[in-house]
Design a protein around this ligand. Structure first.
Ligand SMILES: NC(=O)c1ccc[n+]([C@@H]2O[C@H](COP(=O)([O-])OP(=O)(O)OC[C@H]3O[C@@H](n4cnc5c(N)ncnc54)[C@H](O)[C@@H]3O)[C@@H](O)[C@H]2O)c1
Length: 390
């Protein structure tokens, strides 16, 4: 198995959840790699997610949009990028039932811009595209064999449709231009740094406030959850050992019904599970199950390390220790939040503080001494607000 060694890695979306763990891990473990993070600091991001890396000499943060061809081309050339790990996306299925054009713009067009920049600059030796298990669509409840990497893509909601669309472009740039692409399709991830619109942090924050835990439908939907550090390790393995042109599922065989997740959280907070679970209207379409065949990645030497009980406890402890990480997220804690992204204002600063963040770029940075490294779009200096339309 050939080992790939990157030099200068561009990680998109690393002020968000999963990529922050990946970036922090690579910065910490490989001081010889330069890690450049590009993130537009959307409502679900937080610069604090990158705190472990910010004083490292091999780390640089750039605030900007992957859909800006000028910025992306500039970064690839000036930072001599040879590797891209592309996580940036609109990620919340509930939002995609509202303003789904944002999903097409960020997830499909944004990916297209990155791919075209790779084609134009001709220097990228790995493009790792981060997709999701949701592109396969739902798995039958009684299926015993999971989706494998050659299974058909049958997305069922606007979010997963845009992720599948992005994958098609990635595949086409691999075939047409020989771009060395690798695609991943992951199960759900949980752990510290996750914006509380997603199920587990939402339940934890609501439980911290002594509130009911809302469940879409009857809670029988099944999901598979991987702990964030295990997933960061999976990306480390794929970066070094993944084969160009291949797709890797990042999955677990351990599944939990949504109602059981709610009960587990309630029990951790010593809440009465009979009383604190509130059944609410289901999503327009709610996939029953995503079941992956995870053997291919295991063959590269990766395996899941964190047991559900341990991961959930660690996650709860982190949210209890960091109650103000996200500032006011009451809109995200509604049963059906819809974040409307509107230019020209912000409700919550990107670093979770009470101050508006004005520096556009930080490199190996001290928070108050932001070092400018690249231009940024005018509208990028403030964070779009979110508000609930429910
Ligand atoms: N969270 C999961 O359970 C899960 C599971 C499987 C796959 N994924 C995929 O992993 C990736 C990361 O997911 P996450 O949950 O960490 O996401 P997230 O929502 O926590 O973070 C996304 C980040 O991308 C940034 N971003 C969005 N659009 C951008 C743009 N146009 N330009 C620059 N930055 C932009 C946001 O500011 C944010 O920091 C996504 O591609 C998602 O589809 C997530």
């Amino acid at each position: 198995m050939a080992i790939y060694t990157p030099k200068n890695i561009l990680i998109t979306g690393a002020a968000g959840f999963i990529a922050s763990h990946v970036a922090n891990r690579l910065v910490r473990t490989y001081p010889e790699y330069k890690i450049v993070v590009l993130d537009k600091l959307d409502y679900c991001s937080n610069l604090k997610n990158l705190n472990p890396s910010r004083s490292s000499p091999n780390f640089k943060f750039v605030k900007g949009d992957i859909a800006s061809a000028d910025l992306v081309n500039y970064l690839l050339i000036t930072e001599s990028i040879d590797t891209i790990m592309h996580f940036a996306a609109q990620t919340h299925v509930d939002n995609s039932f509202g303003n789904s054009f944002e999903f097409t713009k960020n997830n499909i067009y944004g990916t297209h811009v990155l791919l075209e920049a790779c084609k134009v600059t001709g220097q990228v030796r790995r493009f790792i595209h981060v997709s999701t298990d949701e592109v396969y669509g739902e798995t039958d409840e009684d299926a015993v064999v999971g989706n494998h990497e050659a299974s058909q893509l049958l997305p069922t909601n606007p979010y997963s449709a845009t992720k599948a669309g992005a994958e098609m472009l990635v595949m086409a740039y691999g075939r047409s231009y020989g771009l060395p692409v690798i695609t991943t399709r992951g199960n759900n991830v949980y752990g510290p740094n996750q914006f509380p619109e997603k199920l587990i942090p939402k339940f934890i924050l609501l439980a911290m406030q002594g509130k009911d835990l809302p469940i879409h439908g009857d809670g029988s939907n099944v999901r598979s959850y991987l702990y964030c550090e295990d997933v960061a390790e999976a990306f480390e393995v794929i970066l070094h050992k993944g084969e160009v042109g291949h797709v890797y599922n990042v999955g677990t065989k351990r599944e939990r019904r949504v109602i059981d997740v709610a009960k587990d959280v309630a029990e951790l907070f010593s809440m009465d599970t009979e009383k604190c679970i509130q059944f609410v209207e289901n999503r327009p379409f709610n996939d029953q199950r995503y079941f992956l065949d995870d053997q291919k990645l295991k063959n590269l030497g990766w395996s899941e390390r964190t047991k559900w009980e341990d991961g959930l406890k660690k996650t709860m402890d982190w949210y209890l220790s960091n109650p103000d990480w996200w500032g006011d997220v009451s809109g995200a804690l509604l049963p059906h939040p819809r974040m409307l992204m509107m230019p020209g204002g912000m409700d919550r600063p990107a670093d979770g503080s009470d101050k508006t963040q004005s520096g556009s770029h930080l490199s190996n940075g001290h928070t108050h001494q932001a070092q400018m490294v690249a231009p940024v779009a005018e509208s990028g200096t403030t964070k779009p607000p979110y508000k609930s339309i429910d």
